[in-house]
Design a protein around this ligand. Structure first.
Ligand code: CMC
Length: 422
């Protein structure tokens, strides 16, 4: 045994040596010695829920790698579809593989007409885009019943293509319905991100011409969001998928987790926070309120990063490039002042609170013309290959159904009283 720990049950004096593997101890070895004694870890802060080849994250050092490649290099040199291929197929595509992958995704991008007519039209006019996205991904489960064959790796790959391909179509259609614009059908001649921007913003019959700087920023933001190992939504996908639910309801449940403001919903919450602060002169008062516990500084803090989120640094640089095209975002001054004040304040220093990926991304999205309600949808499009890669990996490992234990804290055994004495 190379590295191990020894534990002693002080009730019996029994000891056991448990091997350490990559910083983890096997719960099985633990349970053999201490059956019926569970780890009390409600937010899974100290629990490894997966063996995964996909993403490496070192929160103390601020490192993030997809299948070994540093996020900085991927963001600078590869397109989102190349990264999606890396995540779900395990390797970066060569030239012919990329061409094939682009055409598979392009062909699968259209959605069923009933989807537009019956499903999207059924929502209220002011329906939040994330509510629409979560419901419509789940509804797709009814279009492809063969997707339930989740133990078949080829079927899984077919559904992976469909989901990556259709997410932008669904997202853009949800937006166009809300603003009362006609749907734009996907154009297989366009690359993934141009096609999405065209489906979002095209008006009239002439082709939508996308600015290359804005295109590259959008594509890179998708890359930065593509995976983040066992975050709340990915863990949700693995848990729901472990019940052998089909991929549509599985990805819908992941998107539902992402919607929360502590997770992907933070990009929307940051923008609303900046708008509420209103002026950089109000930042000190706002920070005083944060320290008093009145509210959180949205876009700051992370369960795993105790250092600057490497994605936030890249997003901040990209924001400056985007603003050269769109003109500066008036909220930028407030964001910069917030960051400066927080990074020099002992409250944030002592708790290792740094900007995360959501702090600056919303400013870019807003400057590109996306309404605030679409921000988390953009995160979801980017994260889809990551969710699917984990879903496929978990099923290929023949994982057991996720089923944690609990510490019961309710009443002891008691008799049901009759209704007149309750
Ligand atoms: N503003 C002010 N105080 C904070 C913040 C914040 N954004 N985040 C954490 N803290 C405080 C927290 O109150 C606690 O203080 P104390 O020790 O006095 O009780 C301390 O820092 C430790 O925080 P925690 O609650 O143990 O952190 P957590 O790991 O449970 O939560 C988090 C992580 C991301 C939910 C939290 O930092 C947060 O709510 N941040 C704002 C929302 C946000 O930006 N979310 C996006 C995360 S990155 C994108 C993604 O991957 O989802």
């Amino acid at each position: 045994m190379d590295e191990s720990i020894t534990i002693t049950d002080n009730r019996t004096g029994e000891t056991a040596e448990i091997p350490l593997l990559d910083g983890t101890v096997s719960a099985k070895a633990w349970s053999n010695l201490l059956p019926g004694i569970w780890f009390d870890d409600p937010s899974f802060s100290a629990t490894s829920g997966a063996d995964s080849d996909i993403t490496y994250l070192d929160g103390a050092q601020g490192l993030l790698r997809y299948r070994g490649y540093p996020i900085e290099q991927l963001a600078e040199t590869t397109s989102f579809l190349e990264v999606a291929h890396l995540l779900v197929r395990g390797h970066l595509p060569d030239g012919p593989q990329l061409k094939q992958w682009q055409s598979e995704i392009g062909e699968a991008a259209p959605i069923h007409e009933n989807f537009h007519k019956r499903i999207l039209e059924g929502f209220r006019d002011d329906a939040h885009a994330m509510g629409v996205l979560v419901s419509t991904i789940a509804a797709m489960s009814t279009f492809w019943p063969e997707s339930k064959d989740v133990e078949n790796p080829e079927q899984r790959q077919a559904e992976i293509v469909r989901l990556i391909a259709k997410m932008p179509t669904v997202a853009a259609s949800a937006y166009r319905r809300n603003v009362g614009l006609p749907y734009v059908f996907p154009d297989p001649e366009l690359d993934y991100t141009s096609n999405f921007l065209s489906m979002m913003f095209k008006t009239g019959d002439s082709p939508y011409v996308v600015d290359p700087v804005l295109h590259d920023a959008m594509d890179m933001l998708f890359v930065l969001h593509a995976d983040h190992e066992q975050n709340c939504s990915t863990t949700t996908a693995r848990v729901v998928g472990s019940a052998h639910a089909d991929p549509y309801v599985t990805i819908s449940s992941a998107a539902a987790a992402l919607y929360g403001p502590r997770h992907g919903g933070a990009n929307e919450a940051v923008l609303r926070m900046l708008e509420n602060i209103g002026n950089h002169r109000n930042v000190d008062d706002f920070i005083t309120g944060v320290k008093a516990g009145d509210q959180k500084l949205m876009g700051f803090g992370h369960r795993v990063y105790k250092n600057y989120d490497p994605r936030a640094r890249i997003v901040k640089d990209a924001a400056h490039r985007v603003f050269e095209v769109t003109g500066t975002n008036p909220l930028l001054d407030i964001a910069l002042k917030l960051e400066e004040v927080a990074l020099n304040d002992s409250y944030f220093i002592d708790r290792s609170l740094y900007p995360n990926v959501d702090f600056y991304s919303g400013l870019i999205y807003q400057s590109m013309g996306f309404p605030v309600e679409m921000f988390t949808v953009l995160f979801a499009i980017g994260r889809t290959p990551g969710w699917l890669a984990h879903w496929d990996e978990m099923l290929s490992q023949n994982s057991r159904i996720a089923r944690p234990r609990q510490r019961y804290t309710g009443p002891a055994d008691r008799d049901v009283p009759s209704i007149d004495v309750r």
